[in-house]
Design a binder for this molecule. Structure first.
Ligand SMILES: Nc1ncnc2c1ncn2[C@@H]1O[C@H](COP(=O)(O)OP(=O)(O)OP(=O)(O)O)[C@@H](O)[C@H]1O
Length: 638
């Protein structure tokens, strides 16, 4: 199986109790209810221990004395005690149901909130299935633990202690006999816990991997079908599912062995006690009522003892689930503003080699200082979008690997549109991701109108910068809601304007207009329609800075021309960085920056670069292999 679908493995020896204690902040608000439920269960369990004492009175009294009224009375008491026990256990369930649903919901909300705030580098590292399984299966396991083992390990402890006190009081010799298996059972449980916890961790991790495979297969169903890969995918799925099945079987075998021993040992000693007790009754050393009471008490203790293995198994599953939950929650959030977060990945965030001014082969910017000055005297005071000595290396890239971006200096003046052109893999998308701080530069600085973006509160940054990515992601919501996500507080008029600019008027023809639900990931729309909605989302908030990653790639020539015309209107009032592969998109820009192997190697107008940069000319005419063809068809040369 592809290991890239696996989360960072962190299975380490740990104490189940210490793991579960971390749940306290979530359990604290419902501690009163949980305590009341435990108390109710203890009362119910103790009621069950009173039944043998009533039986003793019944056998030694009314039954021995042939007193029918006494027998009826005794029977009624035993019946009443049975009803009371059942009622108390039912009450316990009623008391815990609602608060435990709340604990689960609170934990899920905390996980979801944290996931939303974690940086993109975290999501690059973690497979989505692992996160899904932590937010669903694992939290269910925690709720089951709080509902059963947490209460019943306490209840059973109290019941077993009280039961043995009754047994010892009735016949201490037989009582001691029943206590004999306790020591071996404790050792057995200890061994079980150690082995089971390792298996539980592996099983839950593999379940997360399996979720990732299912999710990828569902999302990628078109590719799988298109390439006839379903057999291969099924084999991959079966292998992983077989691995999980094997681990679950080992868990079941381990639990079965524990259960068998936990059941057999008490049965053996109860059998022995029965034989010895009968002999003592025959000798006249023990009353029949006492033997009945003794054996009924011993039998009443069977379930509390036998269930220990099962309760410990759920406890281990829940401890593992808690660890997995907190592994995500412990991931540090990026600092609000003011520092380079480095995204908590252990990546060097300090300056590294290669921040020197890039070698330029092409034309300098028309205005002095608009490109190329590494550390200008008026640092941070220039309006527009300014990148100074920006370097970026993806977290987790091999030591000594070249940074993806090196010494990038670029100044986009207010109101200017800069096209970013470069061969595939040169770092264009990476550069655009740095402006809205989806990633943090490993060196250098980016400023908007003189303000370092690392010092800007994220909300402010989101107001200033809007983005449309190459891959237009839409959500399961209405077309209008997808667009309005682009701006806080935007209204219907803004929506209409954005739809018009993005040439997304097709929305009005949908069955319910902009209130039509678009499917998961917008799959009910064509690629070009999704791209236009994504573009509308980027412009709906009238951002000061616009970053567009090849926004017109999926449009037909006719629609592209319409969108370009409308985009010009927007670009005239914003400062924009537009990744462009096609000459027609380049022609929307005032100037062009050529990115080559992570460096800006030339900046100028389209025509200047065509004249002076061989690499640019090759890209635009398609002679460079990676670049678009058909450059210079008409177009504006500014
Ligand atoms: N999340 C990531 N983790 C590690 N490396 C990455 C990641 N994303 C991109 N890269 C690497 O960074 C380099 C630049 O990628 P980027 O997507 O920025 O190029 P690009 O110029 O936008 O390419 P294209 O024109 O094909 O979209 C590539 O070598 C790519 O393999």
């Amino acid at each position: 199986m592809n290991t890239s679908t696996r989360a960072p493995e962190r299975a380490q020896p740990r104490s189940a109790v210490r793991s579960l204690l971390r749940l306290w902040p979530y359990v604290r608000p419902v501690r009163g209810r949980l305590a009341a439920a435990a108390l109710t269960a203890v009362l119910g369990s103790c009621t069950s221990l009173v039944i043998p004492l009533a039986l003793k009175w019944l056998v030694d009294g009314p039954v021995a004395g042939r007193d029918p009224r006494g027998v009826w009375l005794g029977g009624a008491v035993v019946f009443g005690l049975g009803v009371a026990e059942a009622t108390l256990f039912m009450l316990r369930r009623v008391i815990v149901a609602r608060p435990l649903a709340r604990v689960e919901a609170d934990m899920r909300a905390a996980l979801y909130g944290h996931l939303q705030r974690l940086p993109v580098v975290f999501h690059d590292r973690w497979p989505s299935g692992q996160l899904l399984s932590r937010g669903t299966n694992d939290l269910t396991l925690v709720r089951i633990f709080l509902a059963f083992p947490l209460t019943f390990l306490i209840v059973n402890g109290v019941t077993i202690t009280a039961g043995f006190a009754i047994l010892l009081a009735q016949r201490w010799t037989l009582g001691l006999l029943l206590l004999a298996p306790v020591a071996p059972l404790i050792v057995l449980c200890w061994f079980f816990e150690n082995s089971y916890s390792r298996l539980a961790r592996t099983a839950q991790d593999r379940a997360g991997d399996l979720t990732t495979v299912i999710e990828e297969s569902v999302l990628g169903i078109r590719v799988i079908k298109g390439f006839g890969r379903h057999r291969g995918r099924r084999r991959e799925f079966s292998a992983l599912s077989g691995e999980l099945r094997g681990i679950e079987l080992r868990k079941a075998r381990l639990l079965g062995m524990l259960w068998a021993l936990v059941m057999t040992l008490p049965e053996l000693v109860i059998g022995t006690a029965l034989v010895l007790g009968v002999l003592q009754v025959a000798d006249g050393g023990l009353s029949a009522g006492t033997l009945v009471a003794f054996l009924s008490t011993a039998l009443a203790l069977r379930w509390p003892v036998e269930s220990i293995g099962f309760l410990l198994a759920i406890t281990q599953d829940a401890a593992t689930a808690t660890d997995r939950f907190f592994e995500v929650l412990d991931e540090p959030l990026p600092t609000a503003a003011g520092t380079r977060a480095g995204a908590g990945t252990g990546t060097s965030t300090g300056p590294v080699e290669g921040t020197s001014a890039p070698a330029r082969t092409g034309v300098r910017a028309a205005a002095p200082g608009s490109c190329g000055s590494r550390a200008p005297a008026r640092k941070g005071t220039r309006a527009g979008l300014l990148l100074e000595g920006v370097e970026f290396r993806y977290p987790g890239s091999p030591a000594g690997a070249e940074p993806v971006l090196r010494g990038v200096d670029l100044h986009i003046r207010p109101g200017e549109t800069m096209a970013l052109v470069g061969p595939t893999g040169s770092g264009k998308t990476t550069l655009t991701a740095l402006v809205p701080r989806l990633y943090e530069p490993t060196a250098g600085r980016i400023s908007l109108d003189g303000q370092d973006i690392a010092a800007l509160p994220r909300e402010r940054l989101r107001e200033l910068v809007s983005v449309a990515f190459e891959e237009p992601t839409l959500f399961s919501a209405t077309a209008g809601e997808n667009v309005l996500m682009g701006a806080e507080g935007a209204e219907e008029a803004d929506l209409m304007r954005a739809l018009r600019i993005a040439q997304a008027d097709f929305v009005h023809e949908l069955p319910e207009g902009h209130r039509t639900q678009v499917g998961e990931q917008g799959l009910s729309l064509s690629g070009g329609q999704r791209q236009r909605l994504a573009l509308a989302r980027a412009v709906v908030g009238r951002p000061r800075f616009l970053v567009l990653d090849d926004p017109l790639s999926a449009l037909d020539v006719h629609t592209e021309a319409l969108v370009e015309a409308a985009l010009r209107e927007v670009l005239a009032t914003t400062t924009a960085l537009v990744v462009a592969h096609r000459p027609s998109t380049v022609l929307l820009a005032d100037r062009v920056a050529l990115l080559s192997r992570g460096r800006v190697t030339a900046v100028g107008t389209h025509h200047e670069l065509l004249r002076t940069s061989g690499e640019y000319a090759a890209l635009m005419t398609g002679r460079g292999g990676d670049g678009p063809a058909g450059a210079g068809r008409g177009g504006k040369a500014r």
